[in-house]
Write a protein that binds this ligand. Structure first.
Ligand code: DGJ
Length: 736
């Protein structure tokens, strides 16, 4: 053990309150991946300073001597975890009121360890800090994923004081970044218009992205971002980009503060909004995980890093694709009987789909789920609609060679439900205040911070799976936000714990579900893309990207989603035209070519399709099966963006061994005499690829069937003559 630290250690482990930090020896902490470094140093005063997150630096030793030239009255240097107190003026990652009322926290180094985990690709560094004056400890935990170039981080805050402390802010990380300029890219939107992309050049002061909705947190903003360094324009292929994504399914906040020294201070974590959290003596609080990556290959490189990490570590089944499916919602909504469903299954099987998903409307007897006003919580099959039960539908699907999936919304109830009659105290409400009723004017959120509710929600899945082990897929929906907050479970003086403990409650339930049912595929849906984040994806397999299934809107929704999430998790369905949400009409081919760039499904009443349309669907589905492994597991190279003024957009997925690629090309605006050019990056320049157009009846372009080098395909590209709005073409490239 380092000599100078001995007294501090002794006091830490004896449980004594330390009254001053011991002097530390200057040293460097360099957390590395194959292509990036996070460099920190410990000053002789014991402060842990943050110097660099970016391209890998092997010899970072000189940073111990670095001078910031800052006068001491100008605030602290860049801290690894900024706190309220001492000389820090920036928004703090940690703000605490200590047991004796002291509002300051000044963390000093105690020790750090780095070890390689059983998976040798992963290294964990834990930096232990303690306050100079109070018995408050913080551990900063950094996990480096070498090949993916991802570093994740969270903090553990421990109260050893004599009495309770209150955490006011408890971010997962604070990341100081120093560059000439910072272009922030993030998602915004609304229901049925999720994942739109905003680019903002950060100016001095603060900009924050947050949710206060608790449930359905990602419709409007998403806890993920990119920062392009030293450039005022967003670039797919070039330049330095830092990307981050928070794994948290509750209120979140990302704060971007450009300070007087031109340093960008990024805070990311659970939203401190109305969330004061009391930590009793001896208790600790673990923040959510923040995921960072760095790439010198523009936004595309950052996305690929995140996609790799997601598939290898961040998604429950990162390497198991969800089957192609027919979902009953847009085709049947609440009005169906067994025959409606078995007919849909027949049609799905005939078109080559692999699963049938029974959406909303199958449950409730006293209060039948015939519309969105009743029944949530009463998870017994509706005997009128399905007298032979779910098993009948599931076995019918199996007999036709299809898997079976089912919809639930277990966090919710309706005021018209047997559940609410029995347990009115389980819903979120503040006595003597009007209860806000959501969807249908009757929907209420169950208080998942209450362990009894957690038990119930686990039971919903457990009972369903026990009674129907043939269920292969669950669509887990959540159709309202939480508001008029009040929890009958939380103490009056700890009502603000609700926000955190709801999300922790959800995770406790999911832990149990995953321990017992590791194989079932589960989709995270929250009125479409309301729960698209890596906190959920630790337990879920995919997301319902949006309730907007219209292909043109989908170009933007899927593009935005792809910045941070792999195609593997993007549920994308072909639906009717004119589209039920937007009223827009698009050709069936275009709809398929858009949906095939994610996890393909269909969501319509097949009996309304013509014979020609069914044949077209059969062809598109068969072709998709030929290349979907590349979409699901390959490297994504976006070709421009659906926002580009030229109105052409493309996507190339390249297999990891670079032997195959699938290229999607779309025309979103009439081209007149212009012929679009699609340059396909990521190929091996020396390999020769044969190009074959998919989802077409006959060859349409001069290069179909031709063989071209990766060099030519990436430097010159292909020029399919797509000139009319909604023209599209998909190509499979295979190494000779
Ligand atoms: C909202 C979802 O996003 C839809 O796909 C559908 O499942 C409905 N809920 C059912 O109520």
């Amino acid at each position: 053990m380092n000599k100078t630290l001995k007294p501090l250690f002794a006091c830490l482990f004896s449980g004594l309150i330390c009254t001053g930090a011991a002097a530390a020896e200057p040293q460097v902490i360099n957390i590395k991946t194959d292509g990036s470094s996070m460099v920190m140093s410990v000053t002789s005063d014991g402060e842990v300073l943050f110097h660099h997150f970016g391209g890998r630096i092997d010899d970072a030793a000189p940073v111990t001597g670095i001078k910031s030239y800052r006068r001491t009255d100008h605030g602290t240097d860049n801290l690894a975890y900024s706190t309220m107190g001492g000389r820090n003026f920036r928004e703090p990652a940690l703000r605490v009121t200590h047991a004796d009322g002291d509002m300051n926290t000044e963390l000093r180094y105690v020790s750090h360890t780095t070890r390689t985990l059983a998976d040798t690709n992963v290294t964990r560094t834990v930096i232990k800090l303690t306050d100079t004056n109070q018995a408050l400890d913080v551990e900063l935990v950094y996990t480096a994923y070498a090949e993916e170039n991802v570093i994740t981080t969270h903090a553990v805050i421990r109260n050893r004081e004599k009495g309770s402390i209150v955490l006011h802010s408890f971010y997962s990380s604070s990341l100081p970044v120093k560059a000439r300029s910072y272009l922030l890219t993030h998602l915004y939107g609304a229901w049925a218009r999720e994942s739109q992309v905003d680019h903002t050049l950060l100016t001095h002061g603060s900009k924050s992205i947050e949710s206060r909705k608790q449930v359905r947190t990602t419709h409007t903003e998403n806890p993920a971002f990119m920062i392009t360094l030293d450039s005022e324009s967003f670039d797919e292929n070039y330049g330095e980009v830092i990307a981050g994504a928070l794994a948290w399914s509750g209120n979140f906040r990302l704060n971007f503060e450009v300070d007087e020294f031109n340093v960008l201070n990024i805070l990311a974590g659970a939203n401190p909004y109305a969330s004061d959290y009391t930590l009793g003596e001896g208790e600790s609080f673990t923040t959510p995980e923040m995921i960072y990556t760095y790439s010198s290959e523009g936004a595309g490189g950052a996305s690929r890093n995140l996609h790799d990490w997601a598939r290898n570590y961040g998604v429950w089944h990162g390497h198991v694709p969800t089957p192609t499916l027919l979902n009953s919602w847009e085709g049947a909504a609440f009005s169906f009987d067994a025959k409606t469903l078995t007919d849909m299954i027949d049609d799905a099987a005939a078109m080559g789909l692999e699963m049938f998903v029974l959406d909303d409307g199958w449950f409730g007897n006293k209060y039948p789920r015939n519309n969105d006003k009743a029944g949530l919580g009463d998870w017994e099959v509706n005997r009128e609609k399905l007298p032979e039960g779910i098993d009948h539908i599931a076995s019918y699907a199996h007999d036709k060679g299809l898997k079976f999936g089912i919809w639930i919304e277990p966090e919710m109830t309706n005021s018209k439900s047997e559940l609410f009659e029995k347990h009115p105290e389980w819903v979120i409400q503040q006595p003597h205040r009007e209860m806000h009723k959501g969807r249908g004017g009757t929907q209420l959120v169950l208080d998942l911070s209450n362990p009894e509710v957690q038990e119930f929600v686990f039971g919903v899945v457990d009972k369903l799976m026990t009674a129907h082990p043939e269920i292969a897929y669950i669509k887990w929906d959540a159709n309202r936000c939480a508001n008029s907050i009040g929890s009958a479970f939380q103490r009056p003086d700890e009502q603000s714990h609700f926000w955190i403990e709801y999300t922790q409650g959800l995770y406790k339930v999911m832990e149990r579900i995953r321990a017992k049912y590791p194989d079932v595929l589960i989709q995270s849906c929250a009125s479409g893309g309301g729960r698209v984040e890596y906190g959920a994806l630790r337990y879920f397999d995919e997301v319902w990207t949006s309730d907007n299934t219209e292909a043109l809107s989908r170009t933007r929704i899927q593009y935005g989603t792809s910045l941070f999430f792999p195609a593997l998790v993007m549920g994308s369905h072909v639906s009717v035209t004119p589209n039920l949400q937007t009223g827009n009409s698009t050709p069936l081919k275009f709809r398929f070519d858009i949906a095939c760039a994610g996890r393909l499904g269909m969501e319509l009443q097949p009996k309304h399709m013509t014979e020609e349309e069914r044949a077209e669907a059969r062809r598109a589905i068969a072709d998709y099966k030929e290349y979907r492994d590349i979409v699901m597991q390959g490297d994504l190279y976006r070709i421009g963006s659906p926002y580009d003024e030229n109105g052409c957009y493309g996507l190339a997925y390249v297999s990891k061994d670079k032997r195959r690629a699938v290229v999607f090309t779309y025309c979103l605006l009439y081209q007149s005499r212009t012929v679009p050019q699609f340059r396909i990056r990521g190929l091996d320049p020396d390999t020769r690829y044969t190009v074959r157009e998919m989802n077409t009846e006959e060859p349409r372009f001069w290069f179909d069937g031709g063989t071209f080098s990766g060099e030519l395909l990436s430097r010159m590209g292909l020029n399919p003559k797509l000139s009319r709005i909604y023209d599209s073409a998909v190509f499979l490239l295979e190494a000779r």
